[in-house]
Structure formats: structure tokens, C-alpha cells
Write a protein that binds this ligand. Sequence first.
Ligand code: SAH
Length: 351
Amino acid sequence: MKKNDFQILNNLLNSEPAFRRKQVFQALFNCQKNDWKQVTNISKQLRKNLTEQYGWLNVELSELLEDPQEQTYKVVLKLSDGLLVESALMLNNKGNYTACLSSQIGCSIKCIFCASGKHGLKRNLTDREIVDQFLFWNHFIYKKNPEKTVSNIVFMGMGDPLLNYNGVCNAVNTIISHTTLGPHNITVSTIGLKQPMEKLLSDPLWPKVRFAVSLHSAIDSVRQKLVPTIKDHASFLLFLKKWSKEYFKRFNHRQQRLCYECVLLKGINDDSKNAQALLEFCKEVYDIRLRVNLIPFNTTDDQLISPSRKTIEAFQNTLRNGGIHCFIRKSKGQNIQAACGQLVSSKQKNL
Ligand code: SAH
């Protein structure tokens, strides 16, 4: 397969002066241009080299699902090796858009309720393929309304971003350097992996993005049922408590956020015992910047059911009454199979 990461672009620009490098990246991040031929402030030869050796966007639209009323969009993008990846876009409360990006094709974790893991992991996305999803959405929005842009990014698409540490780190740093987005406009969501979580606390290259850990339950035996491929949830829960306190200390900006996410499933992790255990857990790491997000289950499976609204609200009240900022995530995109991996999964079934 032809290489398709940012290294190619960096190599092409190696002998160019810094201002030229800036012009090239500006052109790429500027949604008014669609290929190098339109970038007339650089030499013809460089335009030719960029066209032949790098290309423009390396993702091609394969399928678009939209819910114009909710302004939620989901695409399947085809990569240069023919593999498919999902990416989504939602209107946010700032009146701009949040892009939900994938970091891997498929996923090796296999949470029981998630469609991304159904076909296993195919490969990591390159830094460029991650940035190209972001650029794809900016072009998409520009055509609809040039006043709007992607103002926020969440890594909540396919895969686990911490299993593609370098790819995600480079992609985020590239986006931060060439746009007005800052690290607090970006959230990385992970199932929780000790080694990369420890690493990022002292890694000068890791951008100070917001963080979400998919906790699902603070009871180890329940978490084991939900995420069976990971072993020793008891020791992870102890680790997470310590790590969370350290995270708040190291990343001490008031805009920093750490969010524990829980996908609630009827009869599995939605009862008062789970709510109480989560409350005790949160109290131990308490910080004003801690959040709990309850995610209503988006159906991917006939066996699993979302709890009723009343049950989810009772769960939320337990946490709120205990002094924890707890929100029920608004469920968007149900009409367009917007839960992780659902669309590629259904496409693969049909292949
Ligand atoms: N691997 C990362 C990113 C996953 S997607 C992680 O585990 O955090 C982001 C969130 O969506 C995760 O909390 C994940 O558990 C949740 N999710 C996955 N499938 C879902 C579904 N069918 N319904 C609701 N939430 C889902």
C-alpha cells in the first residue's frame, strides 16, 4: 500500500523555507480550495509534486446518511487501501459542529454493546487519515454554510484512540497547529488502558485534550460482563482512581475535563447498586472538573435493551444528590445508525 501519513508531506517540504510550509498547510486547511492546482501562491513544481506524491484528501465518500432536522450526519469513507471507516458530525450547542472521528478501523476491545468490535480490528488509521476526516467535514460544512466550521472534535468513532497513541497524538497536534481549535475543544474517549494513560501524563508531546473514560460500572464484576476482553477490572478501578487525581493535578487548567461515561443497559448496570458504587467512586476522586455522562444505549443487538427514561433519571439523581455533575447524553442520530461502528458493520454484512 502507498504510504499515506503526514511523513510524506513533511518529506516533500523538508527543503522548503518555513513560510512555504505554512502556506502549504494553510491551503490544506482552507476549505475554499479543492486541490493543489488552486494553490497559486506556491511554485508550479511544488504543486506538481504535492499532487503526484501526496494528493489532496485521502478519504473518499462512500455513503452519507443524514438527519437534516437534527443536523446529524454520518459517512462511510473509503481509504486508499479500500477499507471503510465511519465518521459523524453533529450540530453543537455553540451553533457550530462537533466531528466524531474514528482512530482505528474496527476495534479490538469488543464491548458487548458496541458494533465497532463486531468484526475485530483491521488496522490503525494514520495521522493523515484522522486529519482527513476532520478536513472532509470542514469541506462538507463549508458547502452548506461558509460561516460555520467544526469547532469541536470527539474521538468517539471506531476504535480506541489510546491503542493508536502516536497517530492520534500527531493528528491532534497538527489540527491544533493549523486551526483555531485548542486542546479543550477536543475530547479523547478511551475504554481505559493503563500503559498509555500513564504515559500521557508525562509526555510533552501529548496535547492537553479533555478526556473521557468509558467506565460503564464501578463494580468490577459488572464491568467484566460489559468488557470481557479486558482482564482484572478490580485493579483497573484502583488505577483509575489514582490516575484521575493525578490527571487533574498535571493538567491543571480550569477548562480541563475528565468525564466518566456509562452506557446504561437494562438489568446489567442500571440499578441503584451500580449508581451508588459509581457515586462512591466519584466522591473519592472528586474535582469540580469531573463529569459523569450517562449514555442511553443505541440499539445494536437484540439481546440488550436500554433502560427506561425513568430508570436513567433515577440513576442520574443518585449521582446529583451526592454532589456529582451528571448528565444524560442526548441521544442523536438514532435514525442514521450513529452509534459507533453500526453503519460499517451493516455494510459489511451486505458485502
Ligand atoms: N473506544 C472508546 C471510544 C468508543 S465510542 C471508548 O470506549 O471510550 C464512545 C462511547 O460510545 C463509548 O463510551 C462507548 O462505550 C459508547 N458506545 C458504543 N456503542 C454504543 C451504543 N450502541 N450505544 C450507546 N453508546 C455506545
